[in-house]
Design a protein around this ligand. Structure first.
Ligand code: MG
Length: 320
C-alpha cells in the first residue's frame, strides 16, 4: 500500500510510524545535510558543503552550533553523552563534551600506520567505548565536501579505535564504506557500501558498483562472517540506524527504507529528495529525524534506537 508519504510492504510497518501524518519539514535552506544526532533536547546536524553545524529545537527553532565545522559529516554520542564527529576537513574523528566548544576538541583518530585518514564519514560507539567508523574518500575527491587530496592509505577501510587510541582496520574490502550501526545486542555490525555514488564531483549513480548493506559478526575488535544484508535501490545506503527490535532504517534516494532483521523491506518513509541519514530523538526518543538533501524532516514513531536496549539492561543491573 502506498500514498504520497509512506509505502507499506508489511502491515507491521503501520505499527512503527504514524502513516496518517506526513513527514514534517522542520528546517530547510541548506546545501547537503548529514549527521543528525539528538543531544541536550536539541537536534544537531551538519550542512557539510557550508561547513556549518546546526542545532534545532521546537522551543528555540534553528540556530548555528558551529560556524566552522571543518566539513563535519556523521555525528553520534559516546557512552558519556559526548558528541563524536567525523571531520572531512581535518580528516579525523573527534569528540567534544560541549559540542559548541571547539577548544574542547579531543582527537580520537587521525592516522593509521602513520598515514592520514581519507575523510571519516560516519561513526558509532559501542558500550565498551570502542569507536567504529568508516573512511571513504568523499571529503578528499572534490572541493565540495572537503579539501582535495590524494588518499595516503590507498583504500577505504572500516576502523575500530579502542579507548587507548589503538586503531584497527577491521574491513578493507569495501568500495566506499559509509553509514554503520550495531544490532541491539551489539553482536553484529551493519555497514553501508555507497560505492555506486563516486562523490560530489561525479554526478549520477553507477548501479554496477556497490549499493548495499553488509552485516558482520563482531568478535572483540574484529569483524567476521560478512554477508550482504540488503541491496538498496533506488540510490545507495548512506546513514542508517537500527531500532530496539532489530529493524534497520536505511537512507536511500527516495527516503528511508525500513528493513526487517532478516533484510526484507517492510516499508518506506517517502521523501522527495536523496536522503542521507536518520536518527531517533525527541522527548520520547521515538521521533525519527531525517536529513534529506537541503532539508530536515521528522516523523513520529513507536521505535527507539537500538542503544536503548543496552541502556535499559544496564539500568536493571544485568549488564556487566
Ligand atoms: Mg554518510
Amino acid at each position: 500500500m502506498s500514498d504520497a508519504h509512506f509505502v507499506t510492504v508489511d502491515p507491521i510497518f503501520q505499527t512503527f510510524v504514524d502513516t496518517a501524518t506526513p513527514p514534517h519539514q522542520i528546517a530547510q535552506g541548506f546545501t547537503w545535510t548529514e549527521g543528525p544526532v539528538w543531544l541536550n533536547d536539541q537536534l544537531f546536524f551538519n550542512d557539510i558543503p557550508n561547513k556549518q553545524m546546526l542545532r534545532w529545537s521546537r522551543a528555540d527553532g534553528l540556530r548555528t552550533a558551529l560556524a566552522n565545522s571543518e566539513f563535519a559529516n556523521g555525528n553520534t554520542l559516546d557512552t558519556e553523552g559526548r558528541m563524536v564527529s567525523c571531520e572531512h576537513g581535518g580528516r579525523r574523528v573527534v569528540r567534544r563534551r560541549d559540542p559548541l566548544d571547539l577548544d574542547a576538541t579531543e582527537v580520537i583518530a587521525a592516522r593509521f600506520q602513520g598515514k592520514r585518514l581519507n575523510s571519516p564519514n560516519d561513526v558509532v560507539v559501542r558500550s565498551d567505548g570502542c569507536v567504529w567508523f568508516t573512511d571513504p574518500p568523499y571529503g578528499i575527491n572534490s572541493d565540495i565536501e572537503g579539501y582535495p587530496a590524494e588518499s595516503e592509505i590507498g583504500g577505504c577501510y572500516v576502523f575500530c579505535a579502542e579507548p587507548d587510541g589503538t586503531l584497527h582496520a577491521v574491513a578493507t574490502d569495501f568500495d566506499k564504506p559509509n553509514g554503520l550501526a550495531f544490532s541491539p545486542d551489539e553482536s553484529r555490525l551493519y555497514v553501508a557500501d555507497s560505492g555506486a555514488i563516486k562523490g560530489a564531483s561525479f554526478p549520477g549513480i553507477d548501479y554496477d558498483l556497490p549499493h548495499h548493506i553488509r552485516v558482520f559478526d563482531i568478535q572483540g575488535t574484529t569483524l567476521c562472517n560478512p554477508r550482504v544484508f540488503a541491496v538498496i535501490a533506488p540510490g545507495v545506503p548512506d546513514g542508517l540506524r537500527v531500532d530496539h527490535g532489530g529493524y534497520v532504517w536505511s537512507s536511500a534516494l527516495d527516503g528511508i527504507h525500513c528493513l526487517s532483521p532478516e533484510g526484507a523491506l517492510v516499508g518506506k518513509i517517502a521523501l522527495p529528495q536523496q536522503t542521507s541519514n536518520i536518527c531517533f530523538g525527541g522527548a520520547s526518543g521515538q521521533t525519527m529525524f531525517m536529513t534529506s538533501s537541503d532539508k530536515v524532516y521528522s516523523v513520529e514513531s513507536t521505535r527507539r534506537d537500538a542503544s536503548h536496549v543496552l541502556k535499559a539492561r544496564a539500568s536493571e543491573g544485568s549488564l556487566s
